[in-house]
Design a protein around this ligand. Structure first.
Ligand code: GRF
Length: 202
């Protein structure tokens, strides 16, 4: 099977990026990470990419007059590297039309809650404060909304009485590292069919 080229967008520590890199290296994913892009020049994700010999590119929003131009630059870098699927992994910006139109149906995100509950920032803390008994994570396709696109995979974790937002986040992160590569694998193998809001796994 031909390997797909992944482009990963990450703003921070990049542990999901690492899980994807490791899954590719272990042969669990018929893909390679072709480029990692960050809007944050200090993101540890860029360092992880360099260590793995993957092109690491900082695109600074401040260098562009607006979001359209910034995203056009990112789309250009992704196309230059022949990217087939864009994976957001802790990318802290709402994706706009510049990227959505360049990669229609080809952008995924991982969110640390069971969507549609607790979208947006600090999802683990939102869930913990709310007092839910279960939370988890969601891999979904990206649309113009905030964490609203069609859901591909979810994993559930329990919330215990002695949890803090941090211990809950750790438990969720373990599952993120499992289901994100799995969702990407399904995409690479052509097993995801999107019909309206629903994603069917063939
Ligand atoms: C993860 O919790 C992810 O679900 C969210 O941002 C965090 C990124 O963590 N979108 P990392 O940079 O992958 O370690």
């Amino acid at each position: 099977m031909n390997k797909l080229n992944l482009g990963v967008l990450a703003s921070g520590r990049g542990s999901n990026l690492q899980a994807i890199i490791d899954a590719c290296a272990a042969g669990r994913l018929p893909a390679r990470v072709a480029v990692v892009i960050s809007d944050n020049g200090n993101a540890f994700a860029l360092e992880r990419a360099r260590r793995a010999g993957i092109p690491a590119v900082h695109v600074d929003m401040g260098d562009f007059p607006g979001k359209a131009e910034y995203e056009r630059q990112i789309a250009g870098v992704l196309k230059e590297h022949g990217v087939d699927l864009v994976c957001l992994a802790g990318y802290m910006r709402l994706v706009g039309n510049g990227l959505l139109d360049a990669f229609p149906g080809r952008i995924m995100n991982i969110h640390p809650a069971l969507l549609p509950a607790f979208p947006g920032l600090h999802a683990q803390e939102q869930a913990w404060c709310y007092g839910v008994k279960f939370s988890g994570c969601t891999v979904h396709f990206v649309d113009e909304g905030m964490d609203t696109g069609p859901i591909i995979l979810q994993a559930v974790v329990p919330v215990y009485d002695d949890d803090t937002a941090d211990t809950l986040a750790e438990r969720i992160l373990e599952q993120e590292h499992r289901i994100y590569p799995e969702a990407i694998r399904l995409f690479c193998e052509g097993k995801l069919e999107v019909r309206g809001r629903k994603v069917y796994i063939k």
